[in-house]
Design a protein around this ligand. Structure first.
Ligand code: FES
Length: 97
């Protein structure tokens, strides 16, 4: 079972298989902003992947579009609602500007 370590929240949780990181965080009461509820439209669930990017699905077109719109680019920048872990990851929740 994949682990999700959230360095800025001092959290180390197990992912529910098939669930995006956002919902795994919700299930474990780790606070993250999610204005659109995981519908890939708001961009508030912005995370930085510090380790384990290879254990996440590639960015979808929708995720690329939203990250571009909120001007958050870079190989380690993702949306928690669009990342489904298949192995361990270490992340940081990016604060809203
Ligand atoms: S929760 Fe809105 S884009 Fe992820």
């Amino acid at each position: 079972m994949a682990r999700i370590v959230v360095v800025d929240k001092d959290a180390d949780i197990f992912a529910t298989p098939g669930d995006p990181i956002l919902f795994c965080l919700f299930d474990n009461r780790v606070t993250i902003t999610s204005v659109c509820g995981g519908n890939c439209s708001c961009g508030t669930c912005n995370i930085e992947v510090l380790e384990g990017m290879e254990n996440l699905n590639p960015k979808t077109d929708c995720e690329q579009f939203v990250l571009s719109r909120i001007k958050r680019q870079g190989p380690n920048v993702r949306l928690a609602c669009q990342c489904v872990p298949t192995g361990d990851v270490v992340i940081r929740i990016v604060p809203e500007p």
